[in-house]
Design a protein around this ligand. Structure first.
Ligand SMILES: [Zn+2]
Length: 504
């Protein structure tokens, strides 16, 4: 019997907000090594998707390392150096001990370090420079909020993006990417990647795939795939506007065994369409007071007050106080909001149910958001903050697995009936288990403040009577033209004058 094919596996997952002061260090990463990586089988992650295909194909998976962190500020270069060194050691050991038939990577694609604007590109270039890896099949999956670079295309054979935002298909996309690797091995043919950065950037609120422009671009991409059998995959990369890098924003890439000219033609059509539809990627937002006043006039609930400026999934601290202040100002009854504030949780560590204390809540993580708010808090409960995800297809599961820890957490009430879930660790609001595990039942509420842009929709749209995306100040503001880009290519809508775009 022939020896099984040996595939090296690694994951590097971080979306880096480079406009905030926060520095992301090694301690912020969940790191799994060797056999621990294989234990992600069954946890709903992209690695789980790969492992399912690997089992079906009878591959021998050689696990190396998995570095995964929540979106946050610029990553210390030492973190990437350590990742690369550990990965390199695993790669060279595998090559020396039985060889390899391929490499499969689970990436985010929007990482920035203190010394490198394109760590994923650097990783892929590093792989190609290792003797024996010059022509080794390199496949993988990445988030549609990547900032895709020419180096990533040049040094990989088949990277596949999620097609949906919210990312309900992350695991499925990983399976597709693994199946492309299987195809390459079984057909003994190796595709190449070609990419193009469009002169367009959208905030996260403009990258939902249920709406234009992404819906239309995705449809075009699927049509191109089905029209040309040489094209294995077409990626619509929505981009991530909060990394100050040359390639921030919209990109397209093609995985093909066909002629480069054909791929370039497809990329040009997609790019032209993105430019034509550019204004649709800047959806309008509600004035916060207008939204809460309207919710107060409407019957029933829950109504979701969505705050992209404090979008935890986009790297914001999740401690903004604007929506809580509005709930207090408008005397909203029976509503809830989660705020990340370890100090506030600690200040309640000796509280008993019914105790009332004045505490300072939130507003510490970002200089451009409203500051802390003093509230009269009635203590309800506390917990270790661990919860099991109710939805294994949520974006939280895709990167974090089936359980999430909010760290020590407390529930207090304030105002006319505002439940505030205080967590030590910021928690992307992608799963209703977050509230339910703490005794707050979201479907029974009048209003819920949600710190997200689009990714919350899978969890909240099914219980929401209505949804209001509001403009507040914070690091993930949808007004991206207000951010001080220094590295961005030119021209890019809506950062540079629109006439520069028309003259390109
Ligand atoms: Zn994403």
């Amino acid at each position: 019997m022939a020896r099984p094919r040996r595939i090296l596996l690694a994951a590097l997952f971080h979306e880096t907000h480079s406009f905030i002061d926060e520095v992301t260090s090694l301690a912020d990463f969940t790191i799994r090594r060797g056999g621990e990586v294989l234990q992600r089988r069954g946890d709903g992650s992209t690695l789980d998707g790969f492992l399912e295909v690997a089992e079906a194909e009878g591959w021998q998976v050689v696990p190396t390392i998995d570095y995964t962190a929540l979106p946050s500020g610029t990553v210390e270069q030492a973190v990437f150096d350590r990742f690369r060194d550990e990965f390199d050691a695993g790669l060279r050991a595998a090559l020396a001990d039985g060889g390899l038939d391929g490499i499969w990577l689970a990436l985010h694609g929007a990482m920035v370090t203190s010394a490198c604007l394109d760590p994923e590109g650097a990783l892929l270039a590093h792989i190609r420079a290792v003797p024996g890896c010059e022509d080794l099949p390199v496949f993988g999956v990445f988030d549609l909020h990547a900032n895709f670079t020419a180096a990533m295309a040049a040094h990989a054979n088949g990277l596949v993006a999620y097609r949906e935002n919210p990312h309900t298909d992350a695991r499925e996309s990983a399976k597709r990417a693994a199946q492309l690797l299987a195809r390459a091995l079984n057909e003994n043919s190796l595709p190449r990647m070609h990419s193009c950065n469009a002169p367009v950037m959208w905030p996260p609120t403009g990258t939902g795939t249920a709406d234009r422009p992404m819906r239309e671009l995705e449809a075009m991409a699927r049509a191109i795939e089905s029209d040309d059998p040489a094209i294995w995959a077409v990626n619509v990369v929505g981009g991530y506007s909060f990394s100050d890098v040359p390639e921030a924003g919209v990109a397209f890439c093609v995985v093909t065994t066909g002629a480069e000219a054909e791929a370039r033609g497809a990329l040009a059509r997609l790019t032209e369409t993105a430019a034509t539809l550019r204004a649709f990627g800047l959806p309008s937002e509600w004035d916060l007071d207008d939204a809460v006043a309207e919710i107060q006039r409407l019957p029933g609930g829950p109504y979701i007050v969505v705050e992209p400026a404090d979008n935890i999934g986009g790297g914001a601290p999740g401690d903004g106080t604007s929506v809580l202040r509005a709930f207090l100002r408008h005397e909203v009854e029976n509503c809830a909001i989660a705020i990340a504030d370890a100090a506030a949780v600690a200040a309640l560590s000796d509280a008993r149910p019914g105790d009332v204390r004045r505490i300072s809540v939130g507003g510490k993580g970002s200089a451009i958001a409203e500051g802390p708010v003093e509230i009269e808090a009635r203590f309800v409960s506390s917990s270790d903050g661990d919860f099991a995800l109710e939805d294994l297809n949520s974006h939280l599961a895709a990167s974090q697995g089936a359980h999430f820890s909010m760290g020590p957490s407390a529930v207090v009430t304030t105002g006319r009936g505002i439940s505030v879930l205080l967590t030590s660790r910021k928690t992307p609001p992608f799963d209703l288990g977050q509230f339910r595990s703490q005794g707050i039942h979201p479907e029974t509420l009048k209003a819920i403040g949600v710190k997200a842009a689009v990714a919350h929709r899978r969890a909240y749209d099914k219980i929401a009577k209505g949804s209001y995306t509001v403009a507040t100040s914070g690091p993930c503001t949808s007004k991206i033209a207000s951010l001080p880009y220094t590295q961005l290519r030119r021209p890019v809508f809506p950062i540079h004058p629109d006439d520069a775009l028309d003259d390109r």
